[in-house]
Design a protein around this ligand. Structure first.
Ligand code: AMP
Length: 543
């Protein structure tokens, strides 16, 4: 017979995270790069007071529980206050990716029916373009003070954040909500079709953020200082803005300065111990360190994801800088990280190269998450490390349906990810490709991720990306784009000879194109649709 548990039924809420951080770690620091340059410094306690002021101000603007509040903003302290004020008071924080095309931005603001949008001064030109197209938005709030405010000529009236919150009380009676209520909203990047909204519940965010603090994940505690470079406008900044308050870790926010010298300076000055960013950011930092001949004096571990982390870069961070890499997989639909690379007790005894190869895989599901791969008919495939099919995921922080969709997105209770993957006997996931990027050559599949990782191991290669191009006999063949490292020479034949030693013969691309830079989108991924256009048009000219 079903025996109900006899525990209190207290909801998991974002306001609970705020109250915990502010009361248990009141003096812990938040350091944030302001959009106009200087560093801003205050405590968890002060942040909570200002979040309360903002919650009052939003009420004053007529917003109520369930109202949508957009943001077009960097990772900074005012954006953080909005995270807590909006969700904490029962409204929904809709973070917008400023690098989406303005048509897509207008689409998502209208689709979400945002009533207020908070923006950083950097994005004033964008707001001017968007305002006439977004009739539901009744107030645009610039995340700044009077001294640094921007007037948008010919644009909408703009409220100045500091002036708006100043008159209000620093205490707010946070409502007790249903933990399954929507707290945050983020749209998929949508390279094809309209972006789709994912509405995160309080419960999903709190569970993911709590899990992120575990020793085997980010290992956060009051002794750590964590730097989320990963944007707060995309999948909740991997929930690090919440995890910091849960664990008491110092929070360092980089603002708009995402170049390697600025990040390096910030990490050293603020004694950052844990960082979270996509591989391209860590690649840039490593190149900068090489130029300086410098090391990292405080950083202990980095969490990477969004695209595959090349094995060579994992090795470099460990061997040269003593920094451990934890490689995660997740997507907009999974709130934040869903799987993470892990070394078991036996793995620690393996030679370094084998350990790096293992860390280059996407690891094991976090507690509360399950994964499987299925064939084209939806039948589960064996977990043998070689049977590849579509990755399916389910768990406590996985989407069930898209925002305003009338149908569930699930297939037999699982979310189909659109990623091609294998899972081995010990449960370790390897992402081989996106369904739309995998190269089908002569009836077999070539993994663009594996090819890219192999090319990245060449010492003269800064970045590599592979697309499939039509072929009369084989259907598709791989085409490799390469960005050389500065002051390095590299010719096509050298690349092909190198790849011959690392991948199956039939995987070696027929052609290599050298370019000055790869097109990277706002979430740190190489835009393969742009590479396909380059292939079709012959642009850009070879570097
Ligand atoms: P997004 O929803 O924009 O965050 O994109 C999610 C997609 O990024 C996933 O479906 C994967 O294709 C890709 N992705 C995320 N993390 C990784 C990773 N560690 N390795 C390879 N691909 C990844």
């Amino acid at each position: 017979m079903h025996q109900p548990g006899l525990m209190m039924n207290r909801p998991l809420l974002i306001s609970g995270v705020l109250s915990h951080g502010a009361s248990q770690f009141a003096e812990q620091e938040i350091v944030s790069r302001e959009t106009h340059g200087p560093l801003h410094r205050y405590t968890f306690g002060q942040m909570a007071q200002r979040a309360a002021q903002l919650a009052h101000a939003l009420r004053g603007l007529g917003l109520r529980p369930g109202s949508m509040v957009g943001s077009i903003a960097w990772n900074n302290h005012r954006h953080l206050e909005a995270y807590y004020a909006v969700s904490g008071s029962g409204m929904v924080m809709h973070t917008c990716n400023p690098r989406l095309h303005p048509d897509q931005l207008a689409y998502i603001i209208n689709h979400a029916e945002d009533e207020v949008v908070c923006f950083d001064a950097t994005f004033a030109p964008l707001v001017r373009e968007l305002a006439p197209r977004c009739p539901t938005v009744k107030a645009w709030i610039c995340l700044t003070d009077a001294a640094n405010q921007v007037a948008i000529e010919g644009g909408p009236g703009v409220l100045v954040y500091e002036d708006l919150i100043a008159p209000h009380s620093t205490e707010f009676d946070w409502p007790v909500l249903d933990e399954t209520a929507g707290a945050a909203l983020c749209y998929t990047s949508g390279t094809t079709g309209h972006p789709k909204g994912v509405l995160y519940s309080h419960r999903a965010l709190v569970l993911n953020a709590t899990t992120a603090c575990l020793p085997a994940v980010l290992c956060l505690s009051p002794q750590e200082a964590v730097l989320p470079v990963v944007p707060m406008f995309h999948i909740n900044g991997w929930c690090i803005p919440y995890a910091a308050l849960i664990s008491g870790a110092k929070l360092v926010l980089p603002g708009p300065k995402l170049d390697a010298p600025s990040l390096y300076g910030l990490m050293e000055a603020e004694r950052v111990t844990v960082g979270g960013a996509v591989p391209t950011i860590w690649l840039g930092v490593a190149q900068h360190l090489e130029q300086l001949g410098a090391g990292l004096s405080s950083l202990k571990r980095i969490c990477v994801g969004g695209t595959a982390m090349p094995e060579a870069l994992i090795a470099k961070y460990q061997e040269r800088y003593g920094v451990e890499v934890r490689h995660g997989w997740g997507m907009t639909e999974t709130t934040a990280i869903a799987t993470l690379s892990a070394l078991g007790p036996q793995d620690l005894k393996r030679p370094p190269q084998e350990r790096y190869a293992l860390l280059a895989k996407q690891g094991k599901p976090l507690p509360g998450i399950e994964i499987q791969v299925v064939d084209e008919r939806g039948h589960p495939l064996p977990k043998d490390g070689t049977s590849q099919g579509e990755l399916m995921v389910r768990g406590a922080w996985i989407v069930e349906r898209y925002y305003k969709a009338d149908r569930s997105a699930l297939v037999d209770g699982w979310f189909p990810t659109g990623d091609i993957a294998t899972i081995d006997a010990s449960g370790v996931l390897t992402i081989r490709d996106r369904v739309k990027d995998v190269i089908k050559s002569g009836g077999e599949w070539i993994s663009s991720i594996d090819l890219e990782s192999a090319a990245m191991a060449h010492p003269a290669v800064a970045m590599a990306a592979v697309i499939g191009i039509p072929h009369p006999k084989w259907d598709e063949r791989p085409l490799l784009f390469i960005v050389r490292k500065p002051q390095h020479t590299l010719e096509k034949q050298e690349v092909l000879d190198f790849l011959h030693t690392r991948v199956a013969k039939w995987w070696v691309p027929d052609d290599v194109r050298f370019v000055d830079a790869l097109p990277v989108g706002g979430t740190g991924k190489v835009q393969k649709n742009v590479l396909r256009q380059w292939y079709a048009t012959g642009e850009p000219q070879a570097a």
